[in-house]
Design a protein around this ligand. Sequence first.
Ligand code: FES
Ligand code: FES
Length: 154
Amino acid sequence: MPRLTINGQSRDVDVDPDTPLLWVIREQIGLTGTKFGCGVAMCGACTVHIDGVAARSCGMPVSAVEESQNIVTIEGLSPDGSHPVQKAWLAHDVPQCGYCQPGMIMAAAALLAQNPRPSDEDIDSEITNICRCGTYNRVRAAIHTAANGGTQAG
Ligand code: FES
Ligand code: FES
């Protein structure tokens, strides 16, 4: 039985080892903030962090993740929604329908952890998540705001 560490908690999950991590997170653990979009690791809706690195959980069998690795979902990014990316997202009113946004936020947070002052080119090359509502300009602006440590839109 795989044992995972999700948002700081150890969880045993009774699933086939080939089960995609996304389904374990959503169906077994019950954390539904992480979304299913394409299912083939193309859209980024299912993005989580594994040891601080953005990972598309739909394309990853649960057996590929060790208990020692820390999986963080959108629910675990901050205890109260106060992560700088979440605050910048609010300041810029980034979401429209919202479906892609947990994945966008997780991708943005991972980018800033590795590159605290990304350029527009860095953002465009690293944030390849798909948003059908076209929030890309606001995503980019909010990442810059978070990088600058502020919450003001502009
Ligand atoms: S649902 Fe995983 S990348 Fe689209
Ligand atoms: S906000 Fe609707 S898909 Fe991105």
